[in-house]
Design a protein around this ligand. Structure first.
Ligand code: SF4
Length: 229
């Protein structure tokens, strides 16, 4: 049994197994401050850079996801993909520390369109997925499916380092080497200059419900939400 008082048990309806969930985080009003004050994850705050947490590139789940993202990137409309030349000049996916990552170009993920790009600021995979859908109600699901898993799961993390899985908030240590010197970890609290991601107005169980469903499956997600009510 974990000693962290924020963790409470939830039974998985499918398996009967126990999950531990960080109820404090899931009840919090955290929201992503992307393009709305986020100061990034560098050692100094950079609110004007517009990089969010894309400055590291995305760590990909496995080689299957690496192939999927590489193939998808090659289909993107160049008008919505600022760094599309990377398709033929250096590639979209690279290997680092034994894992596949999206390539870093000019200090951030190759798929990140920078502020001022005519095709839109933000993730080219996301922008293209949303632009190509025919039914607007499909937009959220299409955007999730288009991106690397870590990009929509963050700041939620499934930690399987213990006997029973833990659903918790992303921590500095999850960023690997360099995490300790980041000026801000948005799940911890305000940045040194006072930017706070805990001002979303509604609990994470509401604002990230689609992500919870995708991460855990509908039935377990419903149990998690009920445990937070
Ligand atoms: S998840 Fe946090 S660090 Fe990443 S863009 Fe959102 S607020 Fe910024």
């Amino acid at each position: 049994m974990p000693s962290d008082p924020d963790l409470v048990p939830v039974s998985d309806p499918a398996t009967g197994g126990t999950w531990w969930i960080d109820r404090t985080f899931l009840r919090s009003t955290w929201r992503c401050r992307w393009d709305d004050g986020c100061v990034g994850i560098d050692d100094v705050e950079r609110p004007d850079a517009g990089l969010g947490c894309c400055s590291e590139g995305a760590q990909l789940l496995d080689e299957d996801e690496a192939r999927r993202i590489d193939a998808l990137g090659r289909t993107l409309d160049p008008n919505r993909f600022q760094h599309h030349v990377a398709v033929v000049d250096g590639g979209l996916v690279t290997r680092r520390d034994g894992r596949a990552h999206t390539r870093v170009v000019d200090g951030a993920c190759v798929f990140l369109n920078r502020p001022g790009f005519a095709g839109g600021h933000g993730c080219a995979l996301h922008l293209d997925a949303v632009a190509e859908i025919e039914d607007p109600t499909d937009g959220p699901a299409a955007a999730l499916e288009a991106k690397p898993a870590v990009c929509w799961q963050l700041p939620m993390k499934i930690d399987r380092s213990a006997d029973e899985p833990v659903l918790r908030a992303w921590r500095r240590s999850d960023w690997g080497p360099g995490g300790e010197t980041m000026a801000w970890c948005c799940t911890e609290g305000p940045s040194p200059s006072g930017v706070d991601a805990h001002d979303g107005g509604v609990p994470v169980t509401i604002s990230l419900r689609a992500e919870l469903d995708a991460l855990l499956g509908d039935d377990l997600a419903a149990e998690v939400v009920a445990a937070c009510d």
